[in-house]
Design a protein around this ligand. Structure first.
Ligand SMILES: [Fe+2]
Ligand SMILES: [Fe+2]
Length: 257
């Protein structure tokens, strides 16, 4: 099976990057067309947050209309540039968003690879948070299916990237999260966004992959004194290829602009 990830749609933003006008809604539409044209077609698409630039109903409706063109199921989670109430209002009808505790975390049980989607949104902050309640929820969900290969999706990466401006808006609660991941060896990979770049590392026994934005990227800036800046690098989607008996394989697929 094939699970695709897109991230950091930032719909509503139209930045000028290296002299070029970027239309983030058009970027999302191109990513959707790219996913629909893949052979074999992905079984599902997870959208790992920062759906919009400004949290307005109109922006979320634009995201929903574009994702509505997907020819496979799509699942959204929030990033820092998101609003839980508006996501629930626009996407709640799809039925997968949990209602019991206010967080937008859930599992998808329909596939050979189990999807566990986490909500790292911390209202008013750019950094992310996995509080005790969310960690307990994750621990309980993973305990339900210790033998089922699992992909975790979340907006904020649980590690320092080396890019200073992103590391100061990283994830709180990462140590406790790492302990849970380390003792749940069914967690094959963790799909993240937030950094608008391609990053991969081995962390607590799982592959952690950060995926570029469908809209615009940030420069690789490892100088701790440098500020981040947007850069004209290509948008991409990530594909997680899974077949029983094989390791989960991550591919990046660039979207033509
Ligand atoms: Fe973002
Ligand atoms: Fe973000």
């Amino acid at each position: 099976m094939l699970i695709a990830q897109i991230t950091d749609l930032h719909v509503g933003d139209r930045p000028k990057v290296d002299g070029r006008d970027i239309d983030t809604l058009e970027g999302l539409r191109r990513a959707v067309a790219h996913l629909n044209a893949l052979v074999p077609r992905p079984d599902a698409v997870v959208v790992t947050g920062d759906l919009v630039a400004e949290e307005t109903l109109a922006n979320y409706q634009a995201v929903a209309a574009a994702l509505g063109e997907l020819s496979m199921p799509g699942y959204v989670i929030p990033g820092n540039h998101d609003d839980r109430g508006l996501i629930r209002e626009v996407f709640g009808g799809d039925g997968y968003l949990a209602r019991e505790d206010g967080f937008l975390h859930y599992t998808v049980e329909d596939f050979d690879l189990r999807l566990v989607a986490l909500d790292t949104h911390d209202p008013g902050k750019e950094g992310g948070l996995l509080c005790q309640g969310r960690l307990d929820w994750l621990d309980a969900r993973l305990a339900e299916a210790r033998d089922k290969p699992t992909l975790i999706a979340m907006h904020h990466p649980p590690f320092d990237t080396g890019i200073a401006d992103f590391d100061i808006i990283g994830l709180s609660g990462r140590d406790a999260f790492g302990e849970i991941v380390a003792r749940n060896t069914q967690v094959q990979a963790i799909a993240c966004g937030h950094v608008h770049r391609d990053i991969a590392l081995s962390w607590c026994g799982a592959l952690v992959a950060v995926t570029p934005s469908t809209g615009y990227q940030y420069a690789l800036e490892l100088d701790p004194n440098a500020a981040t800046r947007k850069v004209a690098e290509p948008p991409a989607v990530r594909l997680f290829l899974w077949s029983p008996g094989n390791a989960l394989t991550s591919h990046m697929s660039y979207v033509a602009t």
